[in-house]
Design a protein around this ligand. Structure first.
Ligand SMILES: *[C@@H]1O[C@H](CO)[C@@H](O)[C@H](O)[C@H]1NC(C)=O
Ligand SMILES: *[C@@H]1O[C@H](CO)[C@@H](O)[C@H](O)[C@H]1NC(C)=O
Ligand SMILES: *[C@@H]1O[C@H](CO)[C@@H](O)[C@H](O)[C@H]1NC(C)=O
Ligand SMILES: *[C@@H]1O[C@H](CO)[C@@H](O)[C@H](O)[C@H]1NC(C)=O
Length: 447
């Protein structure tokens, strides 16, 4: 009996203490939890749609067989469906009657990258490496007509065309020991792409082709990685580069006007972000961009349709509108949550500095970097001649940020400003063959 009473009293006291703690934490966290709950609802709402969309593009067969509500299904209808929407990089290339090889260089930290090559029938042609931007893949250089896409144009001018893919996108989800289902697989941002992926691809090409040097053309983040490779890998890397052509280089983005800028409001609370969006594969399973889209949709509804417009804006002056479904089906192509957070941090940095990933706590930065704040990249270490192209209507790499970057690099060989170009016009614009690619070819010819 005594025991029973004691037990009961213990329970009552424990319950009371528990309730108090719960109430206190509830009051303290109320805003936080309701926020999380709302966002979680939003993500749930969209997850059906998103989990079948991104990595492989819209798969119409799977969609038709799925148990999705008709309203949701109707959001996926493309009329008529362009077969290129469902082709991967190799299929896009071979559908043009061109040869294609698949290559798999390995990084020194174990990632296996998927590359495609459009090899020339004659040996010893100069290699050109093309590297895509954020949330994209090699597809972005292959999704216009054969006389309009940069990769095909370079091939037809006699170059040995190599298409790169950085870790974590649809073609680069293999690792010697990690699986993409593991948390550890996704712990990197563009810091690591620059330090490991770009050198791995460049060294691989020189090895296979026997050429000592490679021409490099990047779009957006493809240039961020290149800058980092050059700043961290020294002369051994620099000596392998013939010409560096940067299309809309995202080195500094502190003044962006693109809807992606909303990322910076959530950039500071890293724990919150990881809790909310998962700490691994950013897309397709998690919804940071959906969150952003929801955040801004009431104000800027037009951006909600696809992640592409979140990044690139909605100026379609130079775009083949009827081809947008093809572009949409190929983007987003996947990355890590940490990479998106690093971009969010970049969006909040207005001081003209490019910084390593911020772990969000002084002790974590101390652990990783030996200092409490993330180190800055040293633009003075960049010595490769650079040909930079920026666009006047680019909302992600705005002209002011592009100017600051160009002024920070001492080895600028040429800087060209295309007044009416948006961020995505550099890869998709209908007039890019005469307006931009002719200049790119001129640089390659005369370098
Ligand atoms: C594209 O798909 C085909 C057919 O499934 C496959 O053989 C090929 O390896 C794929 N290419 C790439 C780059 O994923
Ligand atoms: C490419 O070819 C198509 C027809 O095949 C034509 O309509 C288009 O204008 C061409 N584009 C360029 C940039 O020449
Ligand atoms: C270069 O190629 C050789 C033989 O094909 C291979 O054994 C070596 O691992 C390659 N090196 C790199 C860095 O890819
Ligand atoms: C525009 O896109 C449509 C749909 O993919 C395509 O059939 C057409 O050839 C494209 N036009 C040009 C000039 O690229």
């Amino acid at each position: 009996m005594e025991d029973y009473r004691l037990g009961l009293r213990f329970c009552v006291v424990a319950f009371a203490i528990g309730s108090c703690l719960f109430m206190i934490s509830y009051i303290l966290l109320q805003e936080d939890t309701s926020y999380v709950k709302n966002v979680q609802n939003m993500i749930d709402e969209f997850s059906k749609e998103w989990s079948i969309m991104p990595r492989k593009g819209y798969d119409h067969e799977i969609l038709q067989k799925s148990s999705l509500e008709p309203e949701i299904l109707s959001m996926f209808k493309f009329d008529p469906v362009d077969p290129e929407a469902n082709m991967n990089a190799s299929q896009l290339i071979t559908s043009k009657g061109l040869p294609c090889q698949e290559h798999y260089p390995q990084t020194t930290d174990g990632y296996i990258l998927g590359m495609q090559r459009i090899p020339q029938p004659t040996k010893n042609r100069l290699p050109v490496l093309l590297v895509h931007g954020l949330l994209s893949s090699s597809d972005c250089f292959l999704t216009n007509l054969i006389n309009e896409s940069l990769a095909y144009i370079l091939y037809n001018k006699g170059y040995d065309v190599w298409l790169g893919n950085v870790r974590g996108n649809r073609y680069s989800t293999n690792h010697v020991s990690l699986s993409p289902d593991e948390y550890k697989f996704w712990q990197w941002s563009f810091d690591e792409m620059g330090k490991y992926d770009i050198p791995a691809m460049v060294y691989y090409i020189t090895n296979i082709t026997g050429h000592k040097k490679v021409n490099y053309i990047g779009h957006s983040q493809g240039n961020t990685c290149f800058l980092i490779a050059a700043m961290t890998q020294g002369d051994s890397f620099a000596s392998k580069i013939e010409a560096f052509i940067a299309l809309a280089p995202a080195g500094l983005v502190g003044h962006m006007t693109s809807p992606l800028r909303y990322l910076k409001y959530v950039a500071n609370d890293i724990n919150f972000l990881y809790r909310l969006f998962g700490d691994g594969d950013f897309l397709p399973h998690t919804g940071l961009l959906v969150f952003i889209a929801k955040l801004i949709c009431p104000h800027e509804e037009k951006y909600c349709e696809n992640v592409l417009f979140l990044i690139g804006g909605t100026d379609f002056t130079n775009t083949n509108i009827s081809r947008v479904p093809v572009y949409s089906a190929h983007n987003p192509a996947g990355t890590s949550t940490r990479n998106m957070i690093h971009w969010a941090q970049m969006a909040g940095t207005k001081d003209g500095n490019m910084k390593y990933f911020d772990y969000g706590h002084w002790y974590l930065n101390l652990w990783h970097y030996g200092q409490t704040h993330p180190p800055l990249y040293d633009f003075k270490k960049f010595k490769i001649p650079a040909y930079v192209f920026c666009g006047g209507k680019d909302t992600l790499v705005v002209p002011a940020d592009c100017n600051t970057l160009v002024n920070s690099l001492s080895s600028i060989a040429a800087y060209d400003f295309i007044p009416d170009y948006t961020h995505l016009d550099f890869i998709y614009a209908l007039n890019s063959p005469p307006v931009l690619y002719s200049k790119v070819l001129h640089i390659l010819r005369n370098h």
